[in-house]
Design a protein. Structure first.
Length: 347
């Protein structure tokens, strides 16, 4: 006993500490870690998807279609697994290469996103094509007790095929009915289940009796990682027109801020140049001076001759206001006494 006590109390060497602290993982987990590392190295785009109530057949269909010889116009991989295992791989990659900002970003962002029943889709191809595959691969199913409703469920008013003896199901759900020609008829539309609510036993039984399969289960896009950037799936829905409108709105805001503060930027410079031309042209209309550098001499003459109006030409109120006195007859110039020569006042 004394010998065993001495061994147990003896200081451990660094090698002993390393062996004691190193966890040995099963072969299947080691293979999973290697697979995920390979996917992270080979692919630059990752789609984080929710996988609630998705069948294995749906996953197999997508995996086969995503092969190089598959039916989809892109190639990729689907990875499922425990969130803790995924986080471990991302953490070890970031720790092994501290200077790599991409790996650090992946770990910091994914560790907050990996919650619930989630999976990863890896690809290097068009994300819109992957999104279309995810949205189209759905399966219709009935309502199960305790399951969260993925959408609202309505029952329309009208006759049913149920016999009068089954009115108790409707009464339990406070649905008003009447008997018409030996069958139950619903008097008004009913909002039976709200999205996100759990399906109760009465709702599930009633939907089953009415042969209704109201739910469609499939993958749902949750977040997208694209070469160092994270964004929501709504960005993929943006068309060229939507993007152009957003850019134009941003440029207009920058230009308005620049004009309001008097700080000229690339966005406000066209407005500054146009306003400067308006001011110079208005000054030219109000005087006899022509600014040849602007090439507006003919335009000025056309305005004076009445061929064009000042407002469309100058496109501004100051120019229109300056055009009015310019178009009127010039006021007579008073002559000085020196111009009267030698004549007296009463000659």
């Amino acid at each position: 006993l004394q010998f065993l006590y001495l061994i147990a109390s003896a200081p451990k060497t660094p090698s002993t500490l390393t062996m004691a602290s190193t966890k040995v993982y099963p072969e299947n987990k080691v293979a999973y870690f290697e697979k995920m590392n390979t996917y992270l190295d080979d692919y630059e785009k990752i789609l984080l998807v929710k996988c609630d109530n998705v069948s294995s057949k749906q996953f197999n269909t997508m995996r086969i279609g995503m092969r190089k010889s598959g039916e989809f116009p892109f190639e990729g991989k689907i990875l499922m697994g425990k969130n803790s295992m995924m986080k471990k791989v991302l953490k070890e990659r970031a720790a092994a290469d501290p200077s790599n900002a991409v790996k650090a970003l992946q770990y910091d962002k994914f560790r907050t996103l990996l919650k619930g029943n989630l999976g990863l889709i890896f690809t290097n191809d068009d994300l819109n094509a992957v999104s279309e595959m995810v949205e189209s691969n759905v399966k219709q199913a009935g309502a199960k007790v305790g399951a969260a409703a993925p959408c609202d469920v309505f029952i329309k008013a009208g006759p049913t095929t149920l016999e009068p003896g089954q009115t108790s199901f409707f009464q339990a759900l406070n649905i008003h009915t009447k008997i018409t020609k030996g069958n139950i008829e619903i008097l008004s539309d009913v909002h039976l289940i709200k999205e996100g609510d759990k399906v109760g036993p009465s709702e599930a039984i009633l939907l089953k009796k009415m042969n209704m399969n109201p739910f469609y289960y499939g993958l749902k896009l949750h977040m997208i990682y694209d070469q160092g950037s994270f964004y929501t799936p709504e960005i993929l829905k943006m068309t060229d027109e939507t993007k152009e409108a957003a850019v134009r709105a941003a440029i207009n805001q920058v230009a308005a801020l620049s004009l309001g503060t008097g700080f000229t930027t690339e966005a406000s410079f066209p407005h500054v140049a146009v306003n400067a031309f308006k001011s110079i042209f208005s000054l030219s209309l109000g005087t006899d001076y022509d600014f040849e550098a602007f090439g507006a001499k003919q335009l000025k003459q056309d305005i004076k001759d009445g061929k064009v109006t000042a407002a469309p030409a100058a496109a501004a109120a100051p120019a229109a206001a300056a055009a009015a006195p310019a178009a009127a007859a010039p006021a007579p110039v008073e002559e000085s006494d020196e111009d009267m020569g030698d004549f007296g006042l009463f000659d």
